[in-house]
Design a protein around this ligand. Sequence first.
Ligand SMILES: [Fe+2]
Length: 298
Amino acid sequence: MPQAPDTITRNLWHVVAATDELRIGLVETTLLLDTPLALTRGIDGEPVVWLRSDEQNGDEIDAETVLERLPVRTAYGYTWTCLGTAPAALFPIPEFAEPDRVNMSCGSIAIHVSAPRAVENFLDMGHFPYVHTDILGSEPHTEVKEYDVEVSEERDEVLATKCRFMQPRAAKSATTAMEVEYVYRVPHPFCSVLYKSCPEDESRRDVIGIFLQPMTEERCRAHLLQSMIDSTSTITDLRRFQQTIFGQDKPILENQYPKKLPLDPRSETPIRADKSAIAYRRWLSQKGITYGVIPVAS
Ligand SMILES: [Fe+2]
C-alpha cells in the first residue's frame, strides 16, 4: 500500500490536465497522489473531476450526472484539483494575463521520477551544455556564474535571481547566441516558473512554467506552459521547441537514483550551481513535505 501523502501535499491544488484537451462528455482517467481520478468537461466547457470508480478512459459521460465532485479550478490553461482542503488561492503568474502574450500548453509528459526531482532539474543550469547542446548551452561556456537565492517569506516561494548563461539558441525567436538572464520561482512545492530574457524585446521576459502532477511518489506528469513574446513563430513551432528541450530532459530524469528527492543536504555533493537546489530542499523540509522525497533523518 502506498503511504498516505502528508497533509501539506494533500491540501495543495494539483494540476491534472490541460483544460482544452479534456473532451466534453468523455472520461479521462489519471492518478494523483496514488488516487485514481476521472475527469471530463461539461457542455459549458468547465472541467469536472471526481474519484474514479469503474470508469474507463474514453467512456461517454454527462458531466451533470457527476454529483460527488472534487474541488476544481482552471488556471494557466490547466485544470487543478485538490484531495484535501483546497486553499483559496493558487500562486500568481501575472504575465499570463498580458494581452500580447502567446500562451500555450506544451504537453503533459509522464516521467518515471518524483515530482520534486523534476522541479530540481528545472532549476539546474549546469546541465544545459551537456543535455541541451547547441540550444540552451554549448562548450566551452559551461560555467554557472554566481547568482542569488532567497526564500521570500511574504510570498512563500523560493526565488533565484541574476542567473546568467551563454546560450546558442535561447528561444525559438533567437537568431544569435546571447547571454540570457534567468529568474526562477518555486511558488508551489511541485511547480516552478522561469523568466528568461526575451530575444524579441529586451525590456520583457518570456515565461515558462513547469507544473508537476505527482501521480505516485516516484512517477509524475510534467505539464508545460509557455507564455511568450514572439510575433513570428507559430504555436506549433513554439510547442515543438519546448517539447524538444523536454524530450532531452526525460531520459536524464528517469536515470536519477533514488527517484525520490533526498532532502538531506549532505546526501548529494553540493556545488555552487546547486544553491537553488539546496534552498528548494530546505524549503520542502521546513514545510514538512514527505511525499516524493526522502526526509532528513531526525
Ligand atoms: Fe533541461
